[in-house]
Write a protein that binds this ligand. Structure first.
Ligand code: NAD
Length: 335
């Protein structure tokens, strides 16, 4: 199959080429993202292969259809960036990588918690400058604290189990509670109760119309003063403006985010010599109790390997007309 691969970095290319050695697909690698102004690059290809910040709006999908592209293959689990209705109407197969090492993301959420709490990022800088003072590095013990988990699918369940291992009381909310997890002593509660009881709250649900700004001004008022909020899921789950106000008041005690509402123009790029125009992100970066990483929670060698292998398999399956239905994104999943 001829495939136009968008938003590629050298590491993507390395893992994809390695996974393709026996499959023999032909690739055009583009560093740019797929969006209305770049869609023409997909001409002459059977499929496009995209990542989290590529834009597959109705306009892009119609353009892809006009240039005879037949399939959309995602190198990620989330599909909030694809207009699924438009894709289905235009006859596209849309395949994703529904699961690849949930440990990668769950462990990164824990890394954000541990860093924010024990301030190891600040200690590292102090000690390197010969400052061995430990003043203002006080942390708290996780054992005995209540951790709230919103969304207990593959990643949320893995995260919940890790936090239980730290000795936390773990409470959770999901539209579909996981009975196995409940049997392990994770307490499912109504969403409001999870907001009220959590000392640490971590988001692991997908971005859907229902979860857009699930963390907003109103619910932050329900939370414990000084709560730690962690988001490794999708940026638009949090109303950043409201989070800034809550941080200023001390209502939000810590914020650790691997994803950001407007990340598509920023993340995965080296903008160190550029004047960044995003005032909300720049404001967030000024708080001493905010830690931001640039969508790297998935970024382990194991996850990259699995993403590449499943993506190549998805392309081969489309070519052979035998798609793995578990990997297909369809209308039922967005209704
Ligand atoms: P999953 O489908 O296994 O689990 C999602 C869970 O969320 C399901 O149990 C579902 O029932 C629940 N859910 C759906 N709507 C909900 C709602 N309104 N309220 C509460 N729960 C709801 O997905 P996963 O593999 O665990 O991934 C979760 C999310 O993590 C993905 O959607 C993606 O956005 C994000 N992610 C981020 C990275 C990263 O690098 N930062 C990498 C992979 C995935």
């Amino acid at each position: 199959m001829k495939v136009a691969i968008f938003s590629t970095k050298p590491y993507d290319r390395e893992f994809i080429e390695k996974a393709n050695t026996t499959a023999g697909h032909e690739f055009s690698f583009f560093e740019t993202s797929l969006r209305p102004t770049t869609v023409k690059l997909a001409g002459g290809h059977d499929a496009v292969c995209v990542f989290v910040n590529d834009v597959l709006s109705k306009e892009v999908i119609v353009s892809l259809s006009e240039i005879d592209v037949k399939a959309i293959v995602l190198r990620c689990a989330g599909f909030n960036n694809v207009d699924i209705e438009a894709a289905c109407k235009n006859g596209f197969s849309v395949l994703r990588v529904p699961a690849y090492s949930p440990h990668a993301v769950a462990e990164h959420a824990v890394a954000l918690i541990m860093t924010l709490n024990r301030k190891t990022h600040k200690a590292y800088n102090r000690v390197r400058e010969g400052n061995f003072s430990i003043e203002r590095l006080t942390g708290f013990e996780l054992a005995g604290k209540t951790t709230g988990v919103i969304g207990t699918g593959k990643i949320g369940a893995t995260f919940a189990r890790i936090m239980k291992g730290f000795g936390c009381r773990v409470v959770a909310y999901d539209l579909y509670p996981d009975q196995e997890l409940a049997g392990e002593g994770i307490y499912y509660l109504p969403l409001e109760e999870v907001f009220k009881q959590s000392d640490i709250l971590s988001l692991h649900c997908p971005l859907t119309p229902d979860t857009h700004h699930v963390i907003n001004k109103q619910c932050m008022k329900l939370m414990k003063k000084g709560v730690m909020l962690i988001n490794t899921s999708r940026g638009q789950l949090i109303d950043s403006e409201a989070a800034i106000k809550a941080l200023k008041k001390g209502q939000l005690g810590y914020l650790g985010i691997d994803v950001y509402e407007q990340e598509e123009n920023l993340f995965f790029k080296d903008l160190s010599e550029v004047i960044i125009q995003d005032d909300k992100l720049m404001r967030l970066m000024t708080f001493p109790n905010v830690l931001i990483t640039a969508h790297q929670a998935y970024f382990t060698d194991n996850a990259l390997n699995q993403i590449a292998q499943i993506t190549i398999q998805n392309l081969s399956d489309i070519e052979n007309g035998q798609v793995n239905e578990k990997n297909r994104v369809c209308m039922d999943m967005v209704k």
